[in-house]
Design a protein around this ligand. Structure first.
Ligand SMILES: [Fe+2]
Ligand SMILES: [Fe+2]
Length: 353
């Protein structure tokens, strides 16, 4: 890694961002004022969210609030998943984080089900780095070095506006969905920049990533049901907790920011896949002038653990993200990357301890 060159590049990025956004003192107010402006989302061509995928049912999402008990920690299982982590470098910039994810009562057909989890790609019109990183992920799948059954994308596809989804960016996503057609996405807070998240959805559905914001899909794998629930972004979306949940089935939630998980969240969820924090990348500036200027001091969710148990049943994961902003120091400990989750039975992991 050419550390000095990277540092200079990122400092330049900070300078240019400051220049572009000046003199507005409040980034969040800027976004909100734009959201209410003449480019409001109702003018966008909304994607058809009721379309069913072949072999899938797309169902209603919410019928009413459910109770929520206090979080219960299961230390042994938490430790087990930490031991299963395998981290290796896909490119000089991007790593692959592999995990075995224990799920109690996992039906046999779902044992070994593998999920490629993408998050915080932050495509950027002025930079070819994000799509080149994604092209390496696509090569990795095309070469069959990893076979995945599902792809999920937990938001922040873009950085500033829909123009960030250039031809090259979309082409890489298409390459991924061509290898694995079961690909689903939800919006992140950055997908509301440019105030037209529906355009992001439309572009992504065009390359095979299905928008499941506040919807769910029910897959059946060799007779075993697997439900995936998408929850909209906590900050700029309208996150809704799923309540039409089958307690005896395997239930996965996809959301950008764990702050979308509210007190009425149902307990019958096995796994929540999220992103947004970039694993503390933005914390580097926490409290500094730059952080306050950008309004980022509160733009990080309250969850700092990569893996956690939110209830006795519900395990949560926060993705490191593929993007890198600001200073590169994060990379010394937590390189950006993609995650690969392999579902295994809870009992199998515990018996290995
Ligand atoms: Fe992000
Ligand atoms: Fe985010």
């Amino acid at each position: 890694m050419n550390f000095d060159a990277l540092l200079a590049e990122q400092l330049e990025m900070v300078r240019s961002l400051k220049q572009r956004l000046s003199p507005s003192p409040n980034w969040r107010d800027r976004i909100l004022s734009v959201l209410e402006g003449p480019w409001a989302p109702e003018k966008a061509d909304l994607p058809d969210r009721t379309r069913a995928l072949p072999g899938h049912e797309k169902g209603a999402f919410r019928v009413g609030a459910r109770g929520y008990d206090a979080a219960v920690q299961r230390q042994t299982v938490k430790e087990a998943i930490g031991e299963s982590e395998r981290l290796w470098s896909l490119t000089p910039w991007t790593s692959v984080y592999e995990y075995e994810v224990p799920i109690a009562g996992l039906p046999k057909p779902l044992h070994g089900l593998t999920i490629l989890h993408l998050s915080d790609i932050h495509f950027l019109k002025s930079s070819d780095r994000p799509w080149k990183e994604m092209s390496r992920v696509a090569e990795y799948l095309e070469r069959g070095e990893l076979q995945v059954d599902l792809i999920v994308l937990s938001g922040d596809v873009i950085t500033k506006n829909p123009d960030d989804l250039c031809h090259n960016s979309l082409r890489q996503l298409r390459r991924l969905s061509a290898v694995c057609p079961q690909a689903f996405m939800v919006h992140g807070n950055h997908d509301y920049h440019g105030h037209v998240p529906a355009i992001i959805s439309k572009h992504l559905e065009g390359v095979g990533f299905y928008d499941i914001n506040n919807h769910h899909v029910r897959l059946t794998i060799d007779g075993a049901p697997l439900n995936i629930y998408g929850i909209d972004d906590a900050y700029f979306g309208r996150p809704e907790s799923p309540s039409v949940i089958a307690p005896g089935e395997t239930n996965i939630v996809l959301t950008h920011n764990l702050d979308a998980i509210r007190e009425d969240f149902p307990q019958e969820v096995d796994l929540i896949l999220s992103g947004h924090t970039h694993w503390g990348e933005v914390k580097f500036f926490d409290g500094s002038k730059a952080m306050k200027w950008w309004g980022y001091t509160d733009n990080i969710n309250r969850h700092t653990k990569h893996w956690d148990m939110l209830t006795d049943r519900t395990r949560s994961y926060v993705h490191p993200g593929l993007a890198r902003y600001y200073m590169p120091f994060k990379e010394l400990r937590h390189p950006p990357g993609v995650a690969v989750h392999t579902l295994v039975s809870d009992e199998r992991v515990l018996s290995n301890q």
